[in-house]
Ligand binder design. Structure first.
Ligand SMILES: *Cc1c(COP(=O)(O)O)cnc(C)c1O
Length: 478
Protein backbone atom coordinates (compact mmCIF):
# COMPACT_ATOMS: atom_id res chain seq x y z
CA UNK A 1 0.00 0.00 0.00
CA UNK A 2 1.20 3.47 -0.85
CA UNK A 3 1.72 5.61 2.20
CA UNK A 4 -0.36 8.74 1.79
CA UNK A 5 0.79 11.89 3.51
CA UNK A 6 -2.01 14.39 3.59
CA UNK A 7 -1.02 17.97 3.03
CA UNK A 8 -3.22 19.86 5.44
CA UNK A 9 -3.16 23.00 3.34
CA UNK A 10 -5.17 21.42 0.55
CA UNK A 11 -8.80 22.55 0.70
CA UNK A 12 -11.33 19.75 0.25
CA UNK A 13 -12.57 21.19 -3.04
CA UNK A 14 -9.06 21.06 -4.49
CA UNK A 15 -8.23 17.49 -3.68
CA UNK A 16 -9.04 16.40 -7.20
CA UNK A 17 -6.46 18.78 -8.62
CA UNK A 18 -2.74 18.57 -9.41
CA UNK A 19 -2.28 19.25 -5.72
CA UNK A 20 -3.11 15.66 -5.07
CA UNK A 21 0.22 14.48 -6.42
CA UNK A 22 1.90 16.45 -3.66
CA UNK A 23 0.12 14.26 -1.18
CA UNK A 24 1.61 11.06 -2.56
CA UNK A 25 4.41 10.80 -0.07
CA UNK A 26 5.91 13.99 -1.33
CA UNK A 27 6.00 17.71 -1.45
CA UNK A 28 5.83 18.61 2.19
CA UNK A 29 9.48 19.60 2.52
CA UNK A 30 10.32 16.94 5.06
CA UNK A 31 13.88 15.96 4.21
CA UNK A 32 14.02 12.72 6.16
CA UNK A 33 11.79 10.98 3.63
CA UNK A 34 13.46 8.62 1.21
CA UNK A 35 13.44 10.51 -2.11
CA UNK A 36 12.77 7.34 -4.12
CA UNK A 37 9.44 6.88 -2.30
CA UNK A 38 8.23 10.32 -3.22
CA UNK A 39 6.46 11.09 -6.48
CA UNK A 40 7.76 14.65 -6.57
CA UNK A 41 11.09 16.23 -5.66
CA UNK A 42 11.35 16.80 -1.90
CA UNK A 43 11.15 20.57 -2.30
CA UNK A 44 8.00 20.55 -4.45
CA UNK A 45 5.41 23.07 -3.25
CA UNK A 46 2.55 25.14 -4.53
CA UNK A 47 3.05 28.89 -4.32
CA UNK A 48 0.54 31.70 -3.96
CA UNK A 49 -0.14 31.85 -7.70
CA UNK A 50 -1.12 28.15 -7.51
CA UNK A 51 2.03 27.32 -9.48
CA UNK A 52 4.25 24.32 -8.94
CA UNK A 53 7.49 25.32 -7.34
CA UNK A 54 10.65 23.17 -7.11
CA UNK A 55 13.76 24.19 -5.21
CA UNK A 56 12.01 27.46 -4.40
CA UNK A 57 11.65 28.24 -8.13
CA UNK A 58 8.34 28.76 -9.92
CA UNK A 59 8.31 26.13 -12.69
CA UNK A 60 6.37 28.15 -15.31
CA UNK A 61 8.73 31.08 -14.62
CA UNK A 62 11.72 28.78 -15.21
CA UNK A 63 10.25 27.86 -18.59
CA UNK A 64 9.77 31.54 -19.42
CA UNK A 65 13.42 32.14 -18.57
CA UNK A 66 15.17 29.02 -19.89
CA UNK A 67 12.80 27.82 -22.60
CA UNK A 68 10.75 24.67 -23.15
CA UNK A 69 11.00 21.74 -22.69
CA UNK A 70 13.15 22.02 -19.59
CA UNK A 71 14.64 19.49 -17.19
CA UNK A 72 14.34 20.96 -13.67
CA UNK A 73 16.72 19.18 -11.31
CA UNK A 74 16.25 19.62 -7.55
CA UNK A 75 19.62 19.75 -5.83
CA UNK A 76 18.14 18.97 -2.42
CA UNK A 77 16.53 15.71 -3.55
CA UNK A 78 19.76 14.50 -5.17
CA UNK A 79 21.95 15.41 -2.19
CA UNK A 80 19.46 13.91 0.27
CA UNK A 81 19.45 10.59 -1.59
CA UNK A 82 23.29 10.54 -1.65
CA UNK A 83 23.39 11.22 2.11
CA UNK A 84 20.76 8.62 2.93
CA UNK A 85 22.78 5.92 1.15
CA UNK A 86 25.97 6.93 2.92
CA UNK A 87 24.40 7.32 6.34
CA UNK A 88 22.61 3.98 6.09
CA UNK A 89 25.92 2.20 5.38
CA UNK A 90 27.52 4.00 8.33
CA UNK A 91 24.66 2.82 10.49
CA UNK A 92 24.20 -0.76 9.32
CA UNK A 93 27.63 -1.90 8.12
CA UNK A 94 30.43 -2.48 10.60
CA UNK A 95 33.08 -2.48 7.86
CA UNK A 96 34.08 0.03 5.20
CA UNK A 97 31.63 0.99 2.48
CA UNK A 98 31.54 3.09 -0.67
CA UNK A 99 28.50 4.22 -2.61
CA UNK A 100 29.00 4.74 -6.34
CA UNK A 101 26.66 6.81 -8.47
CA UNK A 102 25.74 4.81 -11.60
CA UNK A 103 26.19 7.80 -13.87
CA UNK A 104 24.47 6.24 -16.85
CA UNK A 105 21.24 7.37 -15.14
CA UNK A 106 22.23 10.99 -15.88
CA UNK A 107 25.80 11.75 -16.82
CA UNK A 108 26.81 15.41 -16.93
CA UNK A 109 29.45 17.48 -15.16
CA UNK A 110 27.17 19.08 -12.56
CA UNK A 111 25.49 15.85 -11.49
CA UNK A 112 28.82 13.99 -11.22
CA UNK A 113 30.26 16.92 -9.29
CA UNK A 114 27.41 16.84 -6.76
CA UNK A 115 27.71 13.07 -6.29
CA UNK A 116 31.47 13.49 -5.80
CA UNK A 117 30.96 16.30 -3.29
CA UNK A 118 28.63 14.03 -1.37
CA UNK A 119 31.43 11.48 -1.02
CA UNK A 120 30.21 9.06 -3.66
CA UNK A 121 32.39 7.37 -6.24
CA UNK A 122 31.20 7.17 -9.85
CA UNK A 123 30.40 4.16 -11.95
CA UNK A 124 30.90 4.64 -15.70
CA UNK A 125 30.30 2.45 -18.73
CA UNK A 126 32.05 4.29 -21.55
CA UNK A 127 34.94 6.63 -22.30
CA UNK A 128 32.42 9.46 -22.45
CA UNK A 129 31.07 8.80 -18.98
CA UNK A 130 34.61 8.28 -17.69
CA UNK A 131 35.82 11.62 -19.01
CA UNK A 132 32.72 13.32 -17.60
CA UNK A 133 33.27 11.84 -14.12
CA UNK A 134 36.97 12.72 -14.03
CA UNK A 135 36.35 16.24 -15.33
CA UNK A 136 33.77 16.67 -12.59
CA UNK A 137 36.39 15.87 -9.97
CA UNK A 138 35.87 12.17 -9.30
CA UNK A 139 38.92 10.38 -7.84
CA UNK A 140 40.20 7.73 -10.28
CA UNK A 141 40.44 5.25 -7.40
CA UNK A 142 36.72 5.79 -6.77
CA UNK A 143 35.74 5.56 -10.44
CA UNK A 144 34.66 2.11 -11.63
CA UNK A 145 34.57 1.30 -15.34
CA UNK A 146 31.87 -1.20 -16.34
CA UNK A 147 30.74 -2.45 -19.72
CA UNK A 148 30.51 -5.70 -21.66
CA UNK A 149 32.43 -4.50 -24.70
CA UNK A 150 34.95 -1.86 -23.77
CA UNK A 151 37.03 -0.89 -26.78
CA UNK A 152 40.81 -1.05 -26.85
CA UNK A 153 40.85 2.75 -26.71
CA UNK A 154 38.59 2.67 -23.65
CA UNK A 155 40.79 0.13 -21.90
CA UNK A 156 43.83 2.25 -22.67
CA UNK A 157 42.09 5.32 -21.28
CA UNK A 158 41.21 3.35 -18.15
CA UNK A 159 44.87 2.40 -17.75
CA UNK A 160 46.06 5.97 -18.22
CA UNK A 161 43.48 7.42 -15.86
CA UNK A 162 44.12 4.74 -13.21
CA UNK A 163 40.44 4.14 -12.65
CA UNK A 164 39.23 0.71 -11.62
CA UNK A 165 38.07 -1.68 -14.29
CA UNK A 166 35.22 -4.09 -13.71
CA UNK A 167 36.15 -6.87 -16.11
CA UNK A 168 33.14 -8.42 -17.79
CA UNK A 169 34.35 -11.34 -19.91
CA UNK A 170 37.23 -13.49 -21.14
CA UNK A 171 37.95 -11.33 -24.15
CA UNK A 172 38.38 -8.26 -22.00
CA UNK A 173 40.40 -10.17 -19.44
CA UNK A 174 42.85 -11.39 -22.09
CA UNK A 175 43.14 -7.93 -23.65
CA UNK A 176 43.92 -6.43 -20.26
CA UNK A 177 46.40 -9.15 -19.40
CA UNK A 178 48.30 -8.27 -22.60
CA UNK A 179 48.01 -4.52 -22.16
CA UNK A 180 49.30 -4.70 -18.60
CA UNK A 181 51.95 -7.40 -19.00
CA UNK A 182 54.79 -4.87 -18.96
CA UNK A 183 53.46 -2.05 -16.81
CA UNK A 184 55.13 -0.97 -13.60
CA UNK A 185 52.12 -0.74 -11.32
CA UNK A 186 49.39 -3.36 -11.78
CA UNK A 187 45.91 -2.31 -12.86
CA UNK A 188 43.25 -2.70 -10.18
CA UNK A 189 40.32 -4.75 -11.40
CA UNK A 190 37.11 -6.37 -10.21
CA UNK A 191 35.31 -9.23 -11.90
CA UNK A 192 31.67 -9.08 -12.90
CA UNK A 193 29.74 -12.29 -12.36
CA UNK A 194 26.26 -13.34 -13.42
CA UNK A 195 24.80 -14.58 -10.19
CA UNK A 196 21.81 -16.52 -11.44
CA UNK A 197 19.44 -14.25 -9.56
CA UNK A 198 17.26 -12.44 -12.01
CA UNK A 199 14.90 -9.68 -11.04
CA UNK A 200 11.82 -8.32 -12.63
CA UNK A 201 9.84 -5.51 -11.18
CA UNK A 202 7.58 -7.68 -9.11
CA UNK A 203 9.01 -11.16 -9.20
CA UNK A 204 12.36 -12.76 -9.56
CA UNK A 205 13.48 -16.12 -10.74
CA UNK A 206 16.62 -18.07 -10.18
CA UNK A 207 18.09 -20.25 -12.86
CA UNK A 208 21.31 -22.18 -13.02
CA UNK A 209 22.37 -20.45 -16.18
CA UNK A 210 20.93 -17.09 -16.88
CA UNK A 211 20.66 -15.52 -20.22
CA UNK A 212 22.50 -12.23 -19.83
CA UNK A 213 25.05 -10.51 -22.00
CA UNK A 214 26.86 -9.30 -18.89
CA UNK A 215 29.45 -10.94 -16.73
CA UNK A 216 31.26 -14.23 -16.28
CA UNK A 217 29.25 -17.39 -15.89
CA UNK A 218 29.65 -18.73 -12.32
CA UNK A 219 30.58 -22.11 -13.84
CA UNK A 220 33.77 -20.46 -15.09
CA UNK A 221 34.65 -19.00 -11.73
CA UNK A 222 37.57 -21.23 -10.86
CA UNK A 223 39.09 -20.93 -14.33
CA UNK A 224 38.82 -17.14 -14.18
CA UNK A 225 40.36 -16.96 -10.73
CA UNK A 226 43.13 -19.29 -11.85
CA UNK A 227 43.90 -17.12 -14.87
CA UNK A 228 43.75 -13.83 -12.97
CA UNK A 229 46.04 -15.07 -10.23
CA UNK A 230 48.76 -15.66 -12.88
CA UNK A 231 48.70 -12.12 -14.33
CA UNK A 232 51.44 -9.85 -13.00
CA UNK A 233 49.79 -6.73 -14.44
CA UNK A 234 46.40 -7.30 -12.84
CA UNK A 235 45.53 -6.80 -9.20
CA UNK A 236 42.07 -8.27 -8.69
CA UNK A 237 40.51 -6.84 -5.57
CA UNK A 238 36.87 -7.74 -5.75
CA UNK A 239 33.72 -9.08 -7.28
CA UNK A 240 30.74 -7.34 -8.77
CA UNK A 241 27.20 -8.23 -9.75
CA UNK A 242 24.16 -6.20 -10.78
CA UNK A 243 20.87 -8.05 -10.95
CA UNK A 244 18.41 -5.60 -12.44
CA UNK A 245 16.68 -2.27 -12.17
CA UNK A 246 13.49 -0.73 -10.74
CA UNK A 247 13.36 -3.55 -8.17
CA UNK A 248 10.84 -3.27 -5.33
CA UNK A 249 11.76 -6.44 -3.43
CA UNK A 250 14.54 -6.73 -0.90
CA UNK A 251 15.02 -10.50 -0.89
CA UNK A 252 16.98 -10.74 -4.18
CA UNK A 253 19.71 -8.47 -2.84
CA UNK A 254 19.84 -10.39 0.43
CA UNK A 255 20.30 -13.61 -1.54
CA UNK A 256 22.84 -11.98 -3.82
CA UNK A 257 24.97 -11.02 -0.82
CA UNK A 258 25.18 -14.66 0.29
CA UNK A 259 26.07 -15.91 -3.19
CA UNK A 260 28.80 -13.32 -3.62
CA UNK A 261 30.33 -13.91 -0.20
CA UNK A 262 30.65 -17.61 -1.10
CA UNK A 263 32.52 -16.60 -4.27
CA UNK A 264 34.93 -14.51 -2.21
CA UNK A 265 35.77 -17.65 -0.32
CA UNK A 266 36.47 -19.49 -3.58
CA UNK A 267 38.75 -16.65 -4.69
CA UNK A 268 40.76 -16.94 -1.49
CA UNK A 269 41.64 -20.51 -2.45
CA UNK A 270 43.40 -19.10 -5.50
CA UNK A 271 45.42 -16.73 -3.37
CA UNK A 272 43.40 -13.75 -4.53
CA UNK A 273 42.98 -11.24 -1.72
CA UNK A 274 39.54 -9.94 -2.54
CA UNK A 275 38.72 -7.02 -0.36
CA UNK A 276 35.74 -5.53 -2.20
CA UNK A 277 32.22 -6.68 -2.86
CA UNK A 278 30.11 -4.58 -5.22
CA UNK A 279 26.46 -5.51 -4.97
CA UNK A 280 25.26 -3.32 -7.87
CA UNK A 281 22.25 -1.02 -7.96
CA UNK A 282 18.63 -1.56 -8.79
CA UNK A 283 16.43 -0.01 -6.10
CA UNK A 284 13.21 1.26 -7.69
CA UNK A 285 11.46 4.61 -7.44
CA UNK A 286 7.87 5.84 -7.40
CA UNK A 287 6.61 6.89 -10.84
CA UNK A 288 2.92 6.79 -9.89
CA UNK A 289 0.84 6.27 -6.73
CA UNK A 290 0.77 2.54 -7.52
CA UNK A 291 4.53 2.18 -7.05
CA UNK A 292 5.65 1.42 -3.54
CA UNK A 293 9.42 0.89 -3.40
CA UNK A 294 11.29 0.25 -0.14
CA UNK A 295 13.25 3.16 1.28
CA UNK A 296 16.95 3.68 0.63
CA UNK A 297 17.59 2.89 4.28
CA UNK A 298 15.64 -0.39 4.13
CA UNK A 299 17.52 -1.47 1.00
CA UNK A 300 20.94 -0.70 2.46
CA UNK A 301 20.00 -2.40 5.71
CA UNK A 302 19.05 -5.59 3.84
CA UNK A 303 22.26 -5.61 1.82
CA UNK A 304 24.38 -5.05 4.93
CA UNK A 305 22.58 -7.74 6.90
CA UNK A 306 22.97 -10.16 4.01
CA UNK A 307 26.72 -9.60 3.76
CA UNK A 308 27.31 -9.61 7.52
CA UNK A 309 25.28 -12.81 8.01
CA UNK A 310 27.06 -14.60 5.15
CA UNK A 311 30.50 -13.53 6.38
CA UNK A 312 29.73 -14.63 9.92
CA UNK A 313 28.41 -17.98 8.77
CA UNK A 314 31.54 -18.65 6.70
CA UNK A 315 33.93 -16.97 9.13
CA UNK A 316 35.30 -14.52 6.63
CA UNK A 317 36.38 -10.95 7.27
CA UNK A 318 33.95 -8.28 6.11
CA UNK A 319 34.77 -6.98 2.64
CA UNK A 320 34.66 -3.32 1.74
CA UNK A 321 31.05 -3.11 0.59
CA UNK A 322 30.11 -1.17 -2.52
CA UNK A 323 26.82 -0.50 -4.20
CA UNK A 324 26.00 1.51 -7.30
CA UNK A 325 22.52 3.00 -7.43
CA UNK A 326 21.50 5.20 -10.33
CA UNK A 327 17.74 5.59 -10.58
CA UNK A 328 17.10 5.83 -6.82
CA UNK A 329 19.67 8.62 -6.47
CA UNK A 330 18.46 10.92 -9.21
CA UNK A 331 15.13 9.69 -10.60
CA UNK A 332 12.89 11.65 -8.25
CA UNK A 333 15.03 14.78 -8.32
CA UNK A 334 13.85 15.98 -11.74
CA UNK A 335 10.60 17.15 -13.28
CA UNK A 336 10.39 17.80 -17.02
CA UNK A 337 8.43 20.90 -17.96
CA UNK A 338 6.70 20.99 -21.33
CA UNK A 339 4.49 23.53 -23.07
CA UNK A 340 1.09 22.43 -24.32
CA UNK A 341 0.42 22.82 -28.07
CA UNK A 342 -2.10 21.28 -30.45
CA UNK A 343 -5.07 19.15 -29.49
CA UNK A 344 -7.17 16.64 -31.38
CA UNK A 345 -10.32 14.83 -30.35
CA UNK A 346 -11.23 11.52 -31.96
CA UNK A 347 -14.96 11.41 -31.09
CA UNK A 348 -15.89 8.55 -28.81
CA UNK A 349 -12.29 7.38 -28.57
CA UNK A 350 -9.86 9.85 -27.04
CA UNK A 351 -8.49 13.35 -26.96
CA UNK A 352 -4.87 13.99 -27.75
CA UNK A 353 -2.98 16.89 -26.22
CA UNK A 354 0.47 17.38 -27.71
CA UNK A 355 3.53 18.78 -25.94
CA UNK A 356 6.72 20.23 -27.36
CA UNK A 357 8.90 17.20 -26.60
CA UNK A 358 8.38 13.48 -26.14
CA UNK A 359 10.41 10.43 -27.04
CA UNK A 360 13.53 12.47 -27.82
CA UNK A 361 13.79 13.80 -24.25
CA UNK A 362 12.08 10.84 -22.52
CA UNK A 363 12.33 7.57 -24.43
CA UNK A 364 11.10 5.48 -21.49
CA UNK A 365 7.39 5.32 -22.41
CA UNK A 366 8.07 4.15 -25.97
CA UNK A 367 10.90 1.85 -24.89
CA UNK A 368 9.52 0.30 -21.71
CA UNK A 369 5.82 1.34 -21.71
CA UNK A 370 6.64 3.35 -18.59
CA UNK A 371 3.79 5.19 -16.89
CA UNK A 372 4.03 8.75 -15.60
CA UNK A 373 1.88 11.37 -13.92
CA UNK A 374 1.43 14.98 -15.02
CA UNK A 375 0.83 18.20 -13.10
CA UNK A 376 -0.74 21.39 -14.42
CA UNK A 377 2.18 23.51 -13.28
CA UNK A 378 0.45 26.87 -13.50
CA UNK A 379 -3.00 25.79 -12.28
CA UNK A 380 -2.32 23.39 -9.47
CA UNK A 381 -5.80 23.88 -7.95
CA UNK A 382 -7.77 23.34 -11.18
CA UNK A 383 -10.00 20.25 -11.06
CA UNK A 384 -8.68 17.27 -13.04
CA UNK A 385 -11.83 16.97 -15.10
CA UNK A 386 -10.42 15.54 -18.33
CA UNK A 387 -8.78 12.29 -19.34
CA UNK A 388 -6.47 12.79 -22.30
CA UNK A 389 -3.58 11.16 -24.08
CA UNK A 390 -0.53 13.33 -23.69
CA UNK A 391 1.35 12.97 -26.96
CA UNK A 392 4.83 13.94 -28.00
CA UNK A 393 5.72 15.84 -31.16
CA UNK A 394 7.64 13.10 -32.95
CA UNK A 395 6.71 11.19 -36.07
CA UNK A 396 5.86 7.95 -34.31
CA UNK A 397 2.35 7.00 -33.22
CA UNK A 398 3.94 5.42 -30.17
CA UNK A 399 5.41 8.76 -29.12
CA UNK A 400 3.07 9.19 -26.18
CA UNK A 401 4.17 10.65 -22.84
CA UNK A 402 1.10 9.43 -20.92
CA UNK A 403 -1.67 7.30 -22.44
CA UNK A 404 -4.31 8.19 -19.89
CA UNK A 405 -3.60 11.46 -18.09
CA UNK A 406 -5.91 13.22 -15.63
CA UNK A 407 -5.71 16.93 -16.35
CA UNK A 408 -7.73 20.12 -16.22
CA UNK A 409 -8.83 21.27 -19.68
CA UNK A 410 -5.41 22.19 -21.02
CA UNK A 411 -4.79 25.40 -22.92
CA UNK A 412 -2.17 25.91 -25.63
CA UNK A 413 0.84 27.67 -24.15
CA UNK A 414 0.45 26.46 -20.58
CA UNK A 415 3.18 24.59 -18.78
CA UNK A 416 2.81 21.05 -17.49
CA UNK A 417 5.32 19.06 -15.45
CA UNK A 418 6.11 15.34 -15.52
CA UNK A 419 7.69 14.12 -12.28
CA UNK A 420 10.28 11.36 -11.76
CA UNK A 421 12.21 12.09 -14.95
CA UNK A 422 15.72 12.32 -13.48
CA UNK A 423 16.91 8.84 -14.41
CA UNK A 424 17.33 7.53 -17.95
CA UNK A 425 15.72 10.57 -19.54
CA UNK A 426 18.45 13.08 -20.41
CA UNK A 427 20.96 10.24 -20.59
CA UNK A 428 18.85 8.39 -23.16
CA UNK A 429 17.74 11.50 -25.04
CA UNK A 430 18.21 11.66 -28.78
CA UNK A 431 17.86 14.12 -31.63
CA UNK A 432 15.15 12.09 -33.31
CA UNK A 433 13.42 14.26 -35.91
CA UNK A 434 16.32 16.65 -35.42
CA UNK A 435 14.75 18.01 -32.29
CA UNK A 436 17.35 19.81 -30.14
CA UNK A 437 17.81 18.31 -26.69
CA UNK A 438 16.39 20.48 -23.89
CA UNK A 439 18.30 22.54 -21.38
CA UNK A 440 18.63 21.44 -17.76
CA UNK A 441 18.65 23.70 -14.72
CA UNK A 442 19.71 22.93 -11.18
CA UNK A 443 17.35 24.51 -8.65
CA UNK A 444 17.71 25.14 -4.93
CA UNK A 445 16.98 27.85 -2.40
CA UNK A 446 15.10 29.90 -4.99
CA UNK A 447 18.04 30.00 -7.44
CA UNK A 448 18.30 28.27 -10.79
CA UNK A 449 21.57 27.53 -12.59
CA UNK A 450 21.96 26.21 -16.11
CA UNK A 451 23.74 22.83 -16.03
CA UNK A 452 23.10 21.79 -19.62
CA UNK A 453 22.73 24.35 -22.37
CA UNK A 454 19.85 23.85 -24.80
CA UNK A 455 21.00 22.55 -28.17
CA UNK A 456 20.66 25.00 -31.02
CA UNK A 457 19.73 24.27 -34.60
CA UNK A 458 23.37 24.93 -35.50
CA UNK A 459 24.41 22.29 -32.94
CA UNK A 460 22.27 19.80 -34.84
CA UNK A 461 24.14 20.20 -38.13
CA UNK A 462 27.57 20.77 -36.62
CA UNK A 463 28.79 17.25 -37.37
CA UNK A 464 27.32 17.13 -40.88
CA UNK A 465 29.63 17.23 -43.88
CA UNK A 466 28.71 18.11 -47.44
CA UNK A 467 31.24 16.46 -49.75
CA UNK A 468 32.29 18.74 -52.64
CA UNK A 469 31.39 15.89 -54.97
CA UNK A 470 27.72 16.50 -54.19
CA UNK A 471 28.04 19.84 -55.91
CA UNK A 472 25.91 21.62 -53.31
CA UNK A 473 27.07 25.07 -52.28
CA UNK A 474 26.44 25.29 -48.58
CA UNK A 475 25.63 28.72 -47.23
CA UNK A 476 27.75 28.01 -44.20
CA UNK A 477 30.73 27.01 -46.37
CA UNK A 478 32.74 23.95 -45.47
C1 LIG B 1 22.35 0.27 -14.65
C2 LIG B 1 23.36 -0.20 -13.70
C3 LIG B 1 23.37 0.27 -12.40
C4 LIG B 1 22.33 1.22 -11.86
O1 LIG B 1 21.06 0.66 -11.86
P1 LIG B 1 19.83 1.45 -11.19
O2 LIG B 1 18.69 0.53 -11.39
O3 LIG B 1 19.67 2.72 -11.92
O4 LIG B 1 20.16 1.65 -9.76
C5 LIG B 1 24.37 -0.15 -11.57
N1 LIG B 1 25.33 -1.00 -12.00
C6 LIG B 1 25.37 -1.47 -13.26
C7 LIG B 1 26.46 -2.38 -13.68
C8 LIG B 1 24.39 -1.10 -14.15
O5 LIG B 1 24.41 -1.59 -15.39
Amino acid sequence: MAKIVMVSAIPADQQNSSYRYLTVNGGTSEMSRSPNQSLLPLTAEVNQQEHLQVGGCDVPALVARFGSPLYVLDEQSLRTACRQYRQAFEHYYPGQALVLYASKAWSCLAVCAIATQEGLGIDVVSAGELVTALQAGAQPSQTYFHGNNKSMAELQLALESQCRVVVDNWYELRCLAQLTAEIAAPLTILLRLTPGIECHTHDYIRTGHIDSKFGFDPDQLEQVFGFVSQQPGLRCIGLHAHIGSQIFELQPHYDLAAVMVSWLQTAARYGLAMEELDIGGGLGIRYTEADDPPSIEAWVKTVCQGVVAACEASQQPLPRLLCEPGRSLIGTACVTAYTVGSQKTVPGIRSYVAVDGGMSDNPRPITYQSVYRVLAASRMAAPLSDTVTLAGKHCESGDVVITSAQVPPLIAGEVIAIPATGAYNYSMASNYNRVPRPAAVLVGGGDAHLIIRRETLQDLIRQDCLPDALGVSSEEGT
